[in-house]
Design a protein around this ligand. Structure first.
Ligand SMILES: *Cc1c(COP(=O)(O)O)cnc(C)c1O
Length: 366
């Protein structure tokens, strides 16, 4: 048995006719940039999330950058984000002119530890970017409380957590704004790069929309950038959005099957879901003893796995200049040694799941 980490073609085949029809319609109408398909998707996604505004753009990295420009980040401004994320969460702080300040994660949920944030706040701090990592929301109430107390903005990095909820509220609706990626492998993925930001702040949405499209069409009220969602991707995303709820339930079903089958193994820690939160399982990440050997064993059994991510952000060469040590981020650093992402995608079969867990069980029994 060969089990890929994700199988995007399996997802495509499920809805091929709908996708083909949508693609042909966009081509027939030649609505490639802006146009009705982009506007329709923006409205549908805003409604699905429950925010007033959705501004689409080229990818989920640009959406973070555009938001920080919109929030007026100035040279020297400090922005606090999680030590455990994809580098988009931090590189865009630098690109916007700010300074990256990393905060450690909570050992159970892999999301930013609110208890660590206040110690990182200085007079130059302007904002916080919590990341809803792997599909589970960060602990937003204390984060928002700290932000209120210190007058900071909050951008939720929702790239891995479409429609996940925290105390009944969808991610992207709690902070000043939310940022989403529609990279093909994300829970809602285009057939290429795509992203968007959502906010209930009309002024911020308007500014971000102008900035993303050369500062306005016809009348350039300012200089901007070119970061657009195209009509084909928008039409594809509209089709896929109609299936997202079912796909999310399927991901959650796969995760609980994994957890049931792995639950008894002393050498494996399965993901925990904090009270009051839903987890949409973009990734199913275990913590495993002898992780590297286990990973190799799974590979020889035909099971593809990933490390998300091989290192915590402060320990990549890109951040050598900050001079951090493992002791600065003990929880994020500990993950480097033992996290392992198992295959998860809505079409993963019960047989495949059992193949994975049986292989893990054999490894530890040996
Ligand atoms: C995927 C991802 C992004 C960036 O999305 P792109 O669309 O690939 O630019 C940002 N943050 C996190 C946490 C991500 O996983």
């Amino acid at each position: 048995m060969n089990i890929p980490f994700v199988d995007l073609y399996a997802q495509h085949l499920e809805i091929k006719e709908e996708l083909d029809a949508a693609i042909q319609t966009v081509i027939a109408e030649s609505q490639f940039i802006r146009g009705r398909f982009v506007s329709a998707f923006e409205e549908e996604f805003a409604a699905a999330v429950g925010t007033a505004h959705c501004v689409s753009c080229a990818n989920g990295t640009d959406s973070l950058y555009i938001l920080m420009k919109g929030l007026g980040v100035q040279p020297g401004d400090e922005v606090i984000t999680s030590a455990h994320s994809w580098i988009s969460s931090s590189e865009t702080i630098t690109q916007a002119g700010g300074r990256v300040v990393f905060c450690d994660t909570d050992a159970e949920t892999f999301t930013i530890d609110p208890a660590g944030i206040e110690a990182k706040i200085t007079p130059r701090t302007v904002g916080i970017i919590p990341v809803h990592l792997y599909g589970q929301p960060a602990d937003m109430d204390p984060i928002l409380e700290i932000a209120r107390k210190h007058g900071l903005w909050v951008i939720e990095d929702c790239a891995q957590a479409h429609m996940a909820e925290y105390k009944g509220k969808k991610v992207g609706t709690m902070g000043t704004a939310g940022s989403f990626s529609f990279y093909p492998g994300k829970n809602l993925g285009a057939l290429g790069d795509a992203g968007c930001l959502v906010t209930s702040d009309a002024k911020l949405a308007e500014w971000c929309g102008l900035f993303a499209r050369h500062g306005g069409k016809g009348e350039h009220v300012m200089e901007g950038i070119n970061s657009r969602l195209d009509g084909l991707q928008a039409a594809i995303l509209s089709v896929k959005l109609r299936h997202l709820e079912r796909w999310t339930e399927e991901r959650q079903g796969i995760a609980s099957r994994y957890t049931r089958l792995l639950g008894g193994m002393a050498s494996v820690n399965t993901p925990s879901i904090a009270a009051g939160r839903t987890h949409v399982f973009h990734l199913y990440v275990i913590r495993a003893r002898n992780r590297d050997e286990l990973r190799e064993h799974l590979r020889t059994d035909g099971v593809a796995t990933m490390l998300n991510y091989p290192k915590a952000l402060p320990f990549y060469p890109a951040y050598d200049y900050l001079g951090h040590e493992p002791g600065d981020f003990p929880n994020a650093y500990a993950c480097q040694q033992d996290i392992l992402s198992l295959p998860i995608f809505p079409q993963l079969t019960p047989d495949a799941i059992e193949h994975v867990t049986a292989s893990i069980s054999r490894f530890y029994a040996a």
